[in-house]
Design a protein around this ligand. Structure first.
Ligand SMILES: O=c1ccn([C@@H]2O[C@H](COP(=O)(O)O)[C@@H](O)[C@H]2O)c(=O)[nH]1
Length: 242
């Protein structure tokens, strides 16, 4: 089973702060985190910000959560395949045709640029969603667990490398997917932290015990007075001495 270094979500509004965090976090070359660039940074600074993270030796998780008609996602993913990132994301709610088209585009873009193919992950139910939102707003009957399990099966059948989910759903996902299917888990909060807008939350240790292949952590690190110390503590809680 493959495990990844913690994925740090750099959700900050300005380039100077982002690059400062890339610099601080890439200093520990033995256990360098994977840098997650999301909509906030990418919409503001585009591929240039990806390049700046890569120049510091960081692997990049580009979390743009594509969700559109298959043709649009295929063409968008072809562009992302050219960037040399390690992970990209799409919403499983876009359906299997969209996910397959996205993967096709990603492979084509990566091949044209001579890059290896990034791992494509499907967002299942965002970790900010709970059963109240699922029932009252999405009008989905059943549990969050059922919905996440269904999306994971669909993503696996569509050829994706894995899903983004809460660690709480990993056991249910493993029942219906291939053994090497990845479960990457945000909604991570060390005991003392507030949950912010996250609903399905576990600690780094619980995520490890539940079988997470990699944790995604943002604010508990980026808003800490000492982001490097916060990262190291979270990494230790997830991996122990490894
Ligand atoms: O279901 C999901 C999918 C993606 N995310 C992203 O992870 C980070 C979490 O940040 P925190 O500050 O640790 O809450 C953020 O970039 C989200 O866009 C998620 O939380 N849940």
């Amino acid at each position: 089973m493959e495990h990844f270094e913690p994925i740090v979500a750099i959700d900050v509004p300005d380039k100077r702060r982002a690059v400062q965090l890339f610099d601080k976090l890439s200093n520990d070359t033995e256990h360098m985190p994977i840098i997650k660039i999301g909509m906030e940074l990418f919409y503001a600074f585009g591929p240039g910000i990806v390049k700046q993270a890569k120049e510091r030796g960081c692997r990049v998780f580009l979390d743009l959560k594509a969700h559109d008609i298959p043709n649009t996602v295929e063409r968008a993913m072809a562009q992302l395949g050219r960037l040399g990132v390690s992970f990209v994301t799409v919403h499983a709610a876009g359906g299997s045709e969209m996910m397959k088209a996205g993967l096709r585009g990603l492979k084509q873009g990566a091949a044209e640029a001579g890059n290896s193919v990034p791992k494509m992950l499907a967002i299942t139910q965002l970790t900010s969603i709970d059963e109240i939102i699922l029932h009252n707003e999405q009008r989905v009957s059943g549990t969050v667990m059922d919905s996440v399990q269904n999306y994971a099966r669909l993503a696996d059948e569509s050829g994706l490398a894995g899903v983004v989910c809460s660690a709480k759903e990993i056991a249910a996902i493993r029942e219906v997917t291939n053994p090497d299917f990845l479960c990457i888990t945000p909604g991570i909060r060390p005991d003392s932290n507030s949950h912010d807008d996250q609903k399905r939350v576990v600690t780094p240790r619980q995520a490890a015990e539940m079988g997470s292949n990699g944790i995604v952590v943002g604010r508990p690190i980026t808003q800490s007075a000492d982001p490097v110390a916060a990262y190291k503590q979270i990494r230790y809680d997830f991996f122990g001495d490894k």
